[in-house]
Structure formats: C-alpha cells, structure tokens
Design a protein around this ligand. Sequence first.
Ligand code: ADP
Length: 602
Amino acid sequence: MARLRWLSFPSLDMSFSPRYLVLALMFFFGPILSASAEPRTVRIAVLAFLDTETMDSQWAPLLAHLATALPGYTPVLVQLDQAALQAAVTTQSVDFVITNPGNYVALEMEFGISRIATLDTAQAPSPVRAVGSAVIVRADRQDLRSLADLAGKRVIAVGENAFGGFQVAWREFVQLGIDPFTDFAQLDFVGLPMHKVTDAVTAGRADAGIVRACTIESLPARLSSGFRVLSPRREPDFPCQTSTRLYPDWPIATLRSTPPALAKSVATALLAMPVTVEGMSWTVPADYQAVHELFRELQTGPYSYLKESTLRAAVVRYWPLVLMLATLMVAWIIYTVRVEYLVQARTTALRQALDERKAIEERMRVHQEQVEHLSRLSILGELSGTLAHEINQPLASIGNYAQSLVLRVDNGRVTDAAVREASLEIAGQAARAAGILSRIRGFSRKRATVRERRVLAELVRETVVLFLGMLSNRPEIRVDEGTAANCAVEVDPLQIQQIMLNLLKNGLDAMQDLPDDQRRLDILLRPDKGTLHIAVRDYGRGLAPEAREHLFEPFFTTKPDGLGLGLSICTTIIEAHGGHLSAQPPAEGPGLVFTFTLPIHD
Ligand code: ADP
C-alpha cells in the first residue's frame, strides 16, 4: 500500500514567511534524503485559497485516490500561496501544480507548465464555465444596483492577483468604462481567507466586495441573506449568482521537468477518478483561451508587456509620421540652438561695442575736462598780466599804514584810535588780496563736472567781481537783471563762470583800441518761457558777417596770440547744459552781442 502524506501550510497570506521556508525545505528535501529506502514521491503543489482544514478536506479524496492508483509512488500535497507556488515551479521542486486558471496561464506562459486535466465539480454545469466572481453589497444598500453604481465607492477584494477574487471582475468593470484603480473612492486588498471581504462589507467598511462566485451560496442562509449580488448574469445551469462571465475550472499541470511516464500515469489516474461525495472529479484539459483573453484585455499578468509594447507598436505602425515628427523636432532643436547661439554672439558683440563706447566716452570726458581746465588757465594767464599790480595795491597800502604807525611811535604821537584805524585798514587790505587769490585759485582748480542749483544773477555778480579783480584798467560793466533776479538754473557754476569770463574777455579785447571811458560791457538777463537768456554786449569793432560764420569753429582766431578754442569750448559747455550759444550784431550801435541760454530750474 502506497504511503500517503499531507503537508499543509497554515499561513495563507500572500507573503513568503520564514515559517513557509522551513516547511518547504522539509517538503522538498525530506523525500530526497530518504529516497533510497522509500517509494518515489510525487509532489503536488496546490494554490491555497481557503483555510487549511477546508483545503485538507477538499483535496483528501484526490490524495487518497492517487495513493491507490499509483502503486510505487507516494503522493504528497502541499498548499502554497502564489509566491511560494511560483518559487516551487522556478526551482522545479514539485512534479505537479494545481492552481486557479489565472495563475495557471501565467505559469504556463512563463515556465511552460502544461495542463493534463481540469477539475470537474458538481457546482458548475461544465468545467469550462466554472469560475466567476460575485460583486456583493449589503442587502439593505438600495442605492447600489449594478456594477456601474460602484464608481466613486469603496470596494474591497482579496488581492490584485486573485483570479476569481478580483481579476475576473476587473475585466467587467473595464468593459463598463470603470478603472478599479482610479475610479473607485477606495480599493482595498485584504488577502485570504475570503471571509475577510464579506466581513468588511457586513461591517460597512466597504460599500462592495469582490468574492469568488458561490462564496455567498456556501454561507449559512442567515449570513448569505445579508448580501445581494450586483448585476447578476444569466448563466444557464450555473447554481450560483455571478456578476461576471464564467471561466474554466482549475487545472492540474505538469512542469517541464516532470517525467512523461509519471505525467501519463497521473493523468490516467485522474481521469479514472470516481466522482467524490462532494461531486468533484477530473476531466480532459479545458481550453484556457478565455483566460488569455482576459489578461490580454487587461494588459496584466503574462500580458503586462503589452502596455510597454503599445508604444513600440504605434511607432512601427506610424513610422513615417513618427519619422517626420522626429525630423521636425530635431530641426526645431537645431534652429532653437542656432538662434540661441546667434543671440548670445550678438549680445556679446553689442556688449563689447557698448563697453568700448563707454570707454571712449569716458576718455573724451576726461579730455574735455582737461581742455576746459587748460582753457581756464589760459584765460587766467591772459587776464592776470596785471594780477601782480592788483595784489601790489593792497600790499602797498598795508606797507603805508605800517610805516605811518612806526612814525607815530617815533614821534610819540601814537594813540589807541590811530593804532586801531591802521590795524583795521591793514586787515581790510590783506583780506582783499586774499579774496583775489582765493577766487583765482577756485577758478583754476581741476575737478570733475558737477550740477548745482544756483541763482544765475548771483553767479554773474561773482564772475564780474572775479573779472574786475584781475584787471588794472577796469572797464565799466553794467548788469541788468530785469525780472531774472531770482531765476535759478542747474549748472556747473565753474563752467558758467568760465563762459562768462571768456565772453567778457573777448569783448574787452575787441575794445582795446577805444579810449578808457568808452570801454563798456553790458550784461542782460531775460527769462522767456522756461529759458533764461544771458546776453553779453561790448562796444568794440564787431565782426564781419563772413568771419561770424566761422566764429564757433575750433582754432578760428583773429588774434596774433589767440588759440581760437574759447568759443568752441563755450559751445560744448552750453550744449551740455541744454542751452545754446549765438552771436549777433546789436540792434543799434557798435560791437557784438553774445547770447547763451539755460533752462530755468524751478
Ligand atoms: P581766441 O580769443 O583765442 O581768438 P575765441 O574762440 O575766444 O578764441 O575767439 C575766436 C575769435 O572770435 C576771436 O579771435 C575774434 O576774432 C572773434 N571774437 C570773439 N569775440 C569777439 C567780440 N566780442 N568782438 C569781435 N570779435 C570777437
């Protein structure tokens, strides 16, 4: 009598626990270690999906039958979860596999396992229409009538890879346009055993649950009446309610490593197995094409590669369009890169040009300042021929007062009043000399251009004092401020003084042949619509019209020792202040009138 051995793994969750490992080692290597004395062991792995006791009782008749029908063999059954089952197939440590249709198709495609018989149960009208799913809700949920009502609801199932416990229903949802992974408010996988799903639905933790068809019918009536199956289908002769189409029943399959003789013996034994009291027997292998279609449609399990290859297929099919798009894209990238490069290059060139221009302007500004400075020194040089005489006057007075004091001391006629008077005079004369020197030093100093708000009439008066201070033979200078007495301008005061001094000196030069009492200079200030006009008139020899055309050109001079730069520098300065310089003959009488303008600053 052949020996009969049962091994069952009580833990039915989907993970591979260390406990499994120990039991599996016992199962796989135990028979090998004792092989010499024992009959050949036939190792059959069964996918576990119910609790251990139920499983034991379900498969016990099969085991008993094989033990009888296969003399010389010891059939051994082990219950494994999906991961452990796959590991057993990978390592070829079992001879046969009994599993659900989905798992079978996956292992068939990946490891070449091959069915030799299909389970035939009393429940199902035919072994090819045996497995389905029931989507259940609590009987009192009137709002939920069909599968379509579950969009946005909480749904619970055994596991993503559970065939009857999820995948079969998944296909129906997809055909209704519902993606369980995105369109449910919540999708929970709670693992085996199946009653975890029914419990969750009863407790209201989920609106609906997905269970294998016939799960509800196998419950005691008081429990099963608490549920309702959504979208029940008309499946003739099928004794249970199902929300899905039906698929073939579980197969038993050989591995590539299973000896053919053993496969034949087992297949023969299975087909000859009488129907058990539970109504279970084996029949010829069913067609599992429907299961392939399911996976292909869902692009999952053995067909998950379809998801990736969809893109590849599209490329192959529409390659001219793809090629055109790719070419356009490359052209666009080249164009963009080129434009970007050109923009960069132009920007750099522009920046360089701007930098160069700035540098040139800076050099010009420095030169301009130097020229202006030299021009001021030149005016001083020309005007201060008499400066020594000017300074000499206060010095002579100081000397005179000092000597008169000495005489008084010598004659004993010194009084406090006389000492005080002489001292005040001496101090006054010293201050006068110091004032002349300070104005000249201020005018001749070298510095950068500034802008200050100044009342122009005051600036004109200061310039006249400076001008007269440098002359021994002073002309008469009349200043007519008119209504411009308080007009302010924003200027570089030193530069404006420089213009005024230039014009006054030119006017004086033009009158050098006149007797002293006829030498006269007029300065006239007139505001007009936001502009201040400043006119400097002399009564000299004037200028011929053809000479006037060249008046403001650099190096135009009629003087033997002239440079011809004064007026051209004045023009540059005035224009930098937003004004204009011109020359006209006076309305009446001799001489020339130079007029320059400045914007009035409020
Ligand atoms: P410079 O005084 O060194 O000659 P300017 O540029 O100041 O240089 O003057 C240029 C020329 O303009 C003078 O040489 C002179 O012929 C003429 N000019 C300037 N001011 C007068 C004036 N008030 N009357 C007549 N001619 C003038």
